[in-house]
Design a binder for this molecule. Structure first.
Ligand code: PA5
Length: 465
């Protein structure tokens, strides 16, 4: 077993009338066949290039410099947001040793720490730059469009700091850019400043770009085994070539998530790994599912307003925070557990207080036994309460399995786009907000938006303390 989808707790037999029938899934086979044909055709035509990323040549990626001024670097800082940040963070958290970023150089085997900005919170961003030894830091500025306000602001601040401290050449040594091969403001800046750069392959959107330089460069610099990641993805690709919905893991996953939403009215999708290393994976999935499928208009131009809201949760932590709600709150959730079976574990819980009934029983067991027992306990309790859940079992969290998981989720998202009849590759809903933000920051050509924001502001009803 490397990856298993156990969906028994989403089925009628285990959760009663709140569950699905096998025939519900089988009934989707007709549509699944059409979606499969459409995806296969578009892949062959080169219109879905993310599918073939597992087979890319990564020789150049693996030559990215982890030095500046002939000194090994200590830090890599990703300047990016959304799809240009979440993949690298998920890879690093899952595949580097725990607390890689706080361990000393020996703990990190001399590899750099990885920090992913993913925001423009002024205190945190400037705080990050002031806490790092910039002389031993390389920045990776990532923007497919090359014009995202948050990323370009991060870039301008880092660039200015580097030029002031180390001069033009020192800046060039410490900045790498990943952007569209030909167009966009960041591409122009790469030419003007003479920066080392890598392309975001054409046709691969931010949230599908984890296996391009966007995710691979920062992860590789910090020591992630990117070869294993791509190998796992290639293995999953083979499993995903099946048109049969019950035999194709990505189609099966998508079908269950889709049916839970539209048939069972479970419009909150909780991704709950029982491994701290996978929390950022859940965050990555959350963006992938939400931004791809939450759409107002369907492929025929009609109204859609679809997609369950994905949220992330962490086992066992959130048993003490969210589980009460999942058990007894609104019947609007499908819980997707992810359960690794092996951990890199050292030792067992010490045997002590054998005479203290509520504590002594723990001695001699391992923490991995405990966390797996907690996962099993939660899924069983939820099922018994008629709360559907499914479980993705992975042997362990490693590059190969993460590659499988990520690739499966990407294909599942595309396939779910077909089921929901929406375009999973665009994000029109974020455009209006971007334009309003541009207008408030004084960008030329956005006067109408500025007026609109000002007019809207007059309508506010406020409570002021
Ligand atoms: O997935 C997406 O397309 C988005 O989340 C983008 O990655 C995000 O908006 C950043 O865009 P860009 O890489 O163009 O700066």
């Amino acid at each position: 077993m490397t990856l298993e989808i156990d969906y028994s707790n989403a089925m009628l037999d285990n959760v009663g009338e709140m569950g699905l029938k096998l025939s519900d899934i089988k009934d989707l086979q007709g549509r699944a066949g059409e979606i499969h044909q459409d995806l296969t055709r578009r892949r062959k035509e080169g219109k879905l290039p993310f599918y073939d990323l597992p087979y890319q040549n990564i020789t150049r990626i693996m030559k990215v410099s982890c030095k500046c001024e002939d000194q090994p670097i200590e830090n890599v800082v990703v300047l990016g947001i959304g799809g240009s940040a979440l993949g690298a963070r998920a890879l690093a958290k899952a595949l580097l040793p725990p607390y890689h970023e706080v361990g000393d150089a020996a703990y990190r085997a001399g590899l750099p720490r990885l920090f992913v900005a993913d925001n423009v919170d002024p205190d945190y961003f400037t705080g990050l730059l002031s806490v790092l030894d910039l002389g031993r830091t390389r920045f990776v500025a990532i923007s497919k469009s090359g014009g995202t306000a948050e990323v370009m602001s991060q870039f301008l601040i880092a660039r200015d700091k580097l030029i002031r401290k180390f001069g033009e050449e020192g800046y060039r040594q410490r900045m790498v850019a990943i952007t569209d091969q030909e167009k966009g403001y960041l591409r122009d800046i790469v030419q003007r400043d003479g920066l080392e750069s890598y392309p975001v392959p054409p046709g691969v959107g931010g949230r599908f770009s984890v296996m391009t330089p966007v995710g691979l460069i920062p992860a590789y610099m910090a020591g992630v085994d990117v070869v294993a990641l791509l190998r796992g993805a290639a293995n999953m690709d083979k499993a995903c070539s099946e048109p049969d919905i019950l035999a194709n893991p990505a189609y099966l996953l998508a079908a269950i998530l889709y049916l839970a939403d539209v048939k069972l009215k479970r419009n909150v999708l909780v991704m709950m790994p029982y491994a701290s290393s996978l929390l950022e994976f859940a965050e990555w999935f959350q963006q992938l599912w939400a931004e791809s499928l939450g759409k107002a208009i369907d492929l025929n131009g009609g109204p859609a307003n679809v997609c369950a809201t994905p949220v992330r949760s962490l086992g066992a932590t959130d048993q003490h925070s969210q589980l009460q709600l999942y058990m007894e709150g609104p019947r609007d959730k499908l819980i997707v557990f992810i359960k690794p079976n092996e951990f890199i574990e050292r030792g067992t819980i010490p045997e002590a207080f054998g005479d203290v009934e509520g504590v002594g029983y723990l001695g001699g067991h391992s923490l991995s036994e405990l966390i797996r027992a907690e996962a099993k306990a939660s899924e069983t309790a939820l099922a018994k309460a008629g709360r559907p859940n499914i479980r993705l079992d992975v042997t362990r969290v490693d590059g190969d399995n993460l590659g499988r998981l990520m690739y499966m989720c990407e294909v599942a998202t595309l396939f779910a786009g077909g089921l929901y009849n929406v375009n999973p590759l665009d994000q029109p809903g974020v455009e209006m907000g971007k334009k309003f933000a541009f207008s408030m920051m004084g960008r030329k050509g956005y006067d109408a938006e500025k007026t609109e924001v000002e007019e809207w502001d007059k309508k506010k009803v406020k409570y002021i303390l």
